[in-house]
Design a protein around this ligand. Structure first.
Ligand code: NAP
Length: 241
């Protein structure tokens, strides 16, 4: 058996209509999984790129939106990728921008993991891949709720791994560096910020969604069965600097 294959596995990827989530869905389909591309809007482009799989509407405006998803059918792999960011000086930051980001990035992630685990623990196997951030480790600037949420994602990944590793569930996270997606469009559009970021990346380039996708395949595959509670940096060396 190829330890990097996802043959026979069913994977659900949140926020799969674009960016990193889309790349993960496509890479997992290429690795042999049956992929459910979940999004708050249609995932037609992702379905076309995958050439197989199916779509599901999941809008984390309700953080409990996935509560019944995993009881309804066997899903082996969960990728919590959906996320949002709001930028404002900490001194001006609004309660709405706090709540919106924490709800999607942290509360929905935890309760989606919980719903997955309730179905997967009795089977004794399952893989969760959470998408964290460099701001799981660093403070960032003008993104207080995002930083709080991504520090939370790293902590919860370890907590859930501690509770579920011996029961056959692998819970890990990926901390992407600066990746070319909608999420970083504002940064790339600002010549000063863009240059400052690029100058610090040892690899000398922004990351691509595919850079994250192959790491997600690894963390979903048997090859990573003894990895638990890891937050893996995929950042072109940013945090090594
Ligand atoms: P993106 O292109 O903005 O994608 C974010 C995804 O989350 C989209 O599919 C978006 O759907 C979905 N989403 C947002 N709100 C949602 C909701 N209420 N319910 C369901 N889905 C929702 O950005 P991305 O860079 O690919 O981000 C993916 C993940 O990577 C996020 O968790 C982000 O924090 C993380 N990340 C990104 C970077 C980077 O440099 N790009 C770095 C570190 C971490 P819509 O298209 O409908 O909005």
């Amino acid at each position: 058996m190829n330890p990097f294959s996802l043959n026979g596995q069913v994977a659900l990827v949140t926020g799969a209509n674009t960016g990193i989530g889309q790349a993960i869905a496509v890479a997992m389909a290429q690795a042999g999984a049956e992929v459910i591309a979940a999004g708050r809007r249609d995932c037609d482009e992702t379905l076309a790129l995958m050439g197989s799989g199916r779509a599901m509407r999941l809008d984390f405006a309700d953080p409990m939106a996935a509560r019944d998803v995993f009881a309804a059918e066997r899903i082996d792999i969960l990728v919590n990728n959906a996320g949002i960011i709001r930028r404002e000086d900490a001194a001006e930051f609004s309660e709405a921008d706090w709540d919106d980001v924490i709800d999607v990035n942290l509360k929905a992630l935890f309760f989606t993991c919980q719903a997955f685990a309730r179905a997967a623990l009795p089977r004794g196997r399952g893989k969760i891949v959470n998408i964290a951030s460099l701001l799981s480790f660093q403070g960032g600037i003008r993104v207080p709720s995002y930083t709080a949420s991504k520090h939370g994602v790293a902590g919860l990944t370890k907590l859930m791994a501690n509770e579920w590793a011996a029961r056959g569930l692998n819970v890990n996270a990926i901390a992407p560096g600066y990746i070319e997606t909608n999420n970083t469009q504002a940064l790339r559009a600002d010549p000063d910020r863009s240059k400052a970021i690029l100058d610090r990346i040892p690899a000398g380039r922004w990351g691509k969604p595919e850079d994250i996708a192959q790491t997600a395949v690894f963390l979903a595959a048997p090859a990573s069965d003894y990895i638990n509670g890891a937050v893996l940096n995929v950042d072109g060396g940013w945090l090594a600097r």
